[in-house]
Design a protein around this ligand. Structure first.
Ligand SMILES: CC(=O)SCCNC(=O)CCNC(=O)[C@H](O)C(C)(C)COP(=O)(O)OP(=O)(O)OC[C@H]1O[C@@H](n2cnc3c(N)ncnc32)[C@H](O)[C@@H]1OP(=O)(O)O
Ligand SMILES: CC(C)C(=O)C(=O)O
Length: 519
């Protein structure tokens, strides 16, 4: 048996299921490219049949990603599998992942079919997927609560039908490590054709055991782990990729296993996901929490100063965290910005130095000192900027205070034309939003959530606003970052508007294609 464990990342599929609003195709692509740099073997990019937007983003990722296998999920239904095949066919290497539940509770109460019917559907689905690719994964949903005899029967049938990876999910995070490891061991002991497929695991964190269960499975021979960055996913989430990767790397002495993960990419990939998904990382989170490499008590600090490994079992650098000792201010030049970005793990292909430097100077003039977080935020927003964004903010002035009516004047570029409006409201953000909505003419956008966070250190922190808005029955997420709260709020709304505009365009294209096809 190989000592290589494949890392199958499902941040864009199971992870996205946990978000209150979908990511845009562009955001998903940004995450997919980060996952590729991180070295994941398989990127589960989405569930193509679920919506035209998901189909498009899977197709876009399939086209752009070259060094990881791109995968799409489907129920055990021909139409779902066909959607995967269509969306993925542009990829250099792709996998179709099909699944059906096998536990009594799901078979009887949800699928309402017999066990024989379910085996038949699974076999037919795997065979159908093999018409598109030789790389087919089959999952027994809720395997953790499936009777072991039936699970063995299903795994054997799926492999005989052509599944090259068989995944054993603990869908509801119910099992304990000894129990889950035991399930994997039983499969290896009892399924006669098991060596013809890779056994994979997909553990949820309902009892906080997702990583421990995945590790127990690997110790029993599983050679693929499904996981997500920062552990995001349905309910309490999935096994955290960064924890699995660093356990295997740090305890190679005991486990003797390797992965293809380039661990120095972990920190910035994790930040990107946290930022785009608006899912803050708890400070004591293993590997990527802000306290993961901080030492606060005297005995620890003394130990670390004498020898870092007294209290650090891995170095911050090994996960891409670099300690900064250069102060970045408006007196800094391009060289130091480039140097710092290189230290943070970015290459010149990741940014436009002139654009970043200009944004940096503006920020430094307002803030004095610019921290790593600020620099990464500038990079992040630079990447977000579409050169031809339909809606762009040109000018904003807002007034508020006691005993006056809050008002705002906003100038936007809309599809290349400049438009200005002024409005009043119950606060400056409300006034600016009213002015924008009037210009945009959307009375069907409903802002359902507005969250303000401070990002960075102390009173110097930047304001980050996250907005969720409903538009034509779907939810869109936007983020805005600025030294000024009103500006951050306006940028977040404009971000949403650009995403709704892209979604409208995808729908329009789809209608045109349907019309041509005579549907
Ligand atoms: C454990 C997991 O994470 S599984 C992945 C979860 N992800 C998603 O659900 C993606 C988002 N979902 C969607 O967009 C929609 O639910 C769709 C497009 C997939 C399906 O929508 P609808 O056709 O309206 O069906 P709906 O979601 O209401 O119900 C699911 C149906 O699929 C059936 N089903 C569920 N799993 C499977 C499966 N693996 N194979 C075949 N059928 C299945 C259910 O029994 C139900 O069928 P029924 O209508 O005959 O009762
Ligand atoms: C579809 C499968 C792999 C899944 O997400 C689960 O069982 O949790």
């Amino acid at each position: 048996m190989t000592n290589q464990v494949k890392i199958f990342d499902t941040t864009l599929r199971d992870g996205e299921q946990a978000l209150p609003a979908s990511l845009s195709a562009k955001e998903k692509l940004q995450i997919a490219l980060a996952l590729e740099r991180l070295g994941v073997d398989v990127i589960e990019a989405g569930f193509p049949v679920s919506s035209p937007g998901d189909f498009k983003s899977v197709e876009m990722i399939a086209r752009e990603v070259k060094n990881s296998t791109v995968c799409g999920l489907s129920r055990a239904l021909p139409a779902d599998i066909d959607a995967c095949g269509q969306a993925l066919k542009v990829a250099e290497q792709f996998r179709i992942h099909t699944f059906i539940a096998t536990s009594d509770i799901h078979v009887n109460s949800k699928l309402k079919k017999s066990q024989d019917d379910i085996v038949e559907m699974a076999v037919a689905a795997v065979k159908h997927a093999r018409n598109y690719t030789n790389d087919v994964e089959f999952s027994c949903e809720d395997a953790g609560r499936t009777h072991i005899d039936y699970l063995c029967r299903m795994v054997e049938a799926a492999i005989a039908a052509g599944a090259t990876t068989v995944n054993i999910p603990d869908t509801v995070g119910y099992t304990t490590p000894t129990e889950f490891g035991g399930i994997i061991k039983s499969l290896f002991d009892r399924v006669p054709n098991i060596d013809q497929a890779i056994i994979s695991v997909h553990c949820h964190n309902d009892l906080g055991l997702a990583v421990a269960n995945s590790l127990a499975a690997v110790e029993q021979g599983a050679r693929q782990v499904e996981c997500t960055l920062n552990g995001i996913g349905e309910r309490a989430g999935n096994a955290a990729l960064e924890e699995i990767a660093m356990i295997l790397q740090t305890r190679k002495d005991m486990l003797g296993l390797t992965t293809n993960i380039n661990s120095s990419e972990i920190s910035r990939s994790s930040k990107l996901v946290s930022q785009l998904c608006n899912m803050p990382i708890q400070s004591n989170k293993a590997i990527v929490g802000s306290n993961a490499f901080s030492h606060s008590s005297g005995i620890h600090q003394d130990g670390v100063l004498k020898s870092q490994n007294t209290y650090e079992i891995m170095t911050p650098e090994s996960v891409g965290i670099n300690k900064n000792n250069l102060n970045l201010t408006s007196r800094s030049g391009r060289h130091v910005i480039k140097h710092r970005l290189t230290e943070l793990g970015y290459t010149s292909a990741d940014y436009d130095l002139e654009a970043i430097y200009e944004a940096f100077l503006q920020l430094a003039d307002k803030k004095g000192q610019v921290y790593d977080y600020d620099l990464e935020a500038l990079l992040f927003f630079d990447k977000q900027k579409h050169d031809h964004a339909y809606y762009q903010l040109e000018y904003l002035q807002a007034t508020s205070g006691r005993e006056i009516v809050p008002s705002a004047t906003v100038k936007l570029t809309i599809g290349g034309d400049s438009v200005t409006r002024a409005s009043t409201g119950n606060g400056p953000v409300d006034a600016a939003y009213k002015a924008i909505m009037e210009m945009v003419g959307h009375d069907n956008i409903d802002v359902v959530d507005f969250k303000l966070d401070s990002k960075g250190e102390g009173a110097d922190a930047l304001a980050q606003v996250s907005v969720i808005a409903e538009y034509r029955g779907r939810r869109f997420h936007g983020i805005g970052l600025a030294t000024d709260i009103v500006e951050a709020g306006v940028k977040a709304l404009i971000y949403v508007l650009n995403n709704t505009h892209l979604a409208d365009q995808i729908d329009l294209q789809r209608h045109q294609q349907d019309r041509i096809a005579g549907v």
